[in-house]
Design a protein around this ligand. Structure first.
Ligand code: DLL
Length: 410
């Protein structure tokens, strides 16, 4: 057995005995005794968001509350929020993972990090904050919003590293482009995540902000950002396998799928003390690949998340992912990443699919409309009404963008 595998197995067995001893939710679900091989992981039960809701607020804690020094939560558009706790050691481990994220972009002491992820219950703000501080960077905790001030500080304080959602990065790029004179910026690297974004969007962000854009992945249930990050190859995100075990399963059946095939990402936290999770169904769709990466990292890669199992929309029997539409739009010169998908259903009529998208200034809207409709029909097999708008009409997001408006469910 490879050293890394033996270490993972040992940590997994420690995790199982902790879960059995300390978390009533897992006690009756887990077999007694340890595993002999990592392959047996697939025989253990999966954990879902619903399980977190059922055990709200403290039912998943594996330590007494006095040992929990921090709590974060994901807002959740419906139902109870998902709660995750951290012991002091958990905060140290999180900071270590986030430090590793920054190192992927060669960030270090001397860098000025402007952190425009929201601070608060959301894990983005404080996660990026503690990692940058631990690394010895100069941190500007702007949180998200107040765009004009962000741009001013970026120029005046010499920001070299920007962290925010990709949609907010675009808002910042627009604000910079709108200045009478482009402010002198020192931006070099950015870490963008918390929502799906395409390579087309990456190009727009890199061009608009003049930096190298890294994709970063994480989720509240696993402790926040710092689960995986891209290397300079920008061809998949390396999962920190010394902290998290990754699998992919068929979203319908929960049965593992082989590496290289699309599936739902399932994650196990190996080292978290307060809120450890076993085989958590993330609902994120990706592909895990063992192909060696030219960067030399031993960690498995997850390809860019191409949507969630629960934001797939079914229109006239076809499965549609917002990220698919985004890639189609951004492959057309003149269209932007400011778009929304509107699905509607009139009585006794087929569902309608409308794509509303802003174009760059001075473009031929009719031509763009035709092109987009044609490409969507060719790629997804659906007739869509395309509405090309001038810049600045659609709502902008300071956090995660809302891409789909499904009027059928109203
Ligand atoms: O979004 C944690 C985070 C903060 C990640 C900052 C990266 C940067 P939640 O609010 O719990 O946590 O949302 C987690 O967001 O299951 C994915 O669906 C989505 N997501 C996160 N990162 C990415 C990414 C944070 N890089 C949910 N690409 C996850 C695509 C992402 N989707």
């Amino acid at each position: 057995m490879a050293v890394a595998e033996a270490q993972s197995l040992e940590r997994l067995n420690q995790l199982l005995s902790r879960l059995r001893e300390r978390v009533p939710f897992y006690r009756d679900r887990l077999p007694t005794g340890g595993l002999e091989s990592l392959h047996q992981l697939a025989e253990l039960p999966l954990t879902t968001k619903e399980d977190f809701r059922q055990t709200y607020p403290y039912g998943m804690l594996a330590v007494p509350l006095p040992e929990v020094v921090r709590i974060h939560a994901s807002s959740g558009t419906t139902g109870r929020p998902v709660i995750t706790g951290y012991t002091r050691a958990d905060l140290d481990l999180w900071a270590e993972c986030m430090e590793r994220v920054y190192r992927a972009g060669e960030v270090g002491p001397g860098d000025v990090v402007q952190n425009a992820y929201g601070y608060g219950l959301f894990t983005g703000g404080l996660g990026f904050h503690i990692g940058a501080e631990r690394l010895g960077c100069t941190v500007i905790p702007t949180s998200s919003g107040v765009t004009q001030r962000q741009v001013m500080l970026m120029a005046d304080l010499g920001t070299t590293v920007l962290t925010c959602t990709p949609s907010y990065a675009l808002v910042l790029a627009e604000a910079i482009a709108a200045e009478a004179q482009r402010p002198p910026l020192k931006l070099r690297v950015g870490f963008f995540g918390a929502e799906p974004w395409s390579d087309g969007m990456r190009r727009q962000i890199q061009y608009g902000l003049g930096l190298e854009a890294f994709d970063i992945y994480g989720l509240t249930e696993l402790g926040g950002p710092g689960v995986a990050v891209e290397c300079h190859e920008h061809n998949g995100l390396h999962i920190f396998e010394d902290h998290f075990l990754a699998e992919t399963v068929d979203p319908e059946t929960g049965v593992p799928v082989p590496r290289g095939e699309p599936g739902e990402l399932v994650l196990t936290s190996l080292r978290r003390e307060a809120s450890p999770v076993l085989r958590y169904r993330t609902r994120d769709r990706t592909i895990l690949t063992d192909e060696p990466c030219p960067c030399g990292s031993p960690f498995v890669r997850m390809l860019k998340v191409h949507g969630r199992t629960d934001d797939m929309i079914v229109v006239r029997g076809e499965n549609v992912f917002p990220s698919q539409i985004e890639s189609i739009l951004l492959a057309i010169e003149g269209l932007t990443a400011n778009y929304q998908i509107v699905v509607d259903r009139e009585a006794k009529q087929l569902d309608s699919l409308e794509v509303v998208v802003e174009a760059a200034p001075h473009t031929d809207h009719d031509r763009l409309q035709e092109l987009a409709a044609e490409r969507i029909r060719e790629t997804i097999g659906l007739r869509a009404e395309i509405n090309v708008l001038p810049p600045g009409v659609l709502p902008r997001s300071e956090g995660k963008a809302k891409r789909v408006i499904d009027r059928r469910s109203v």
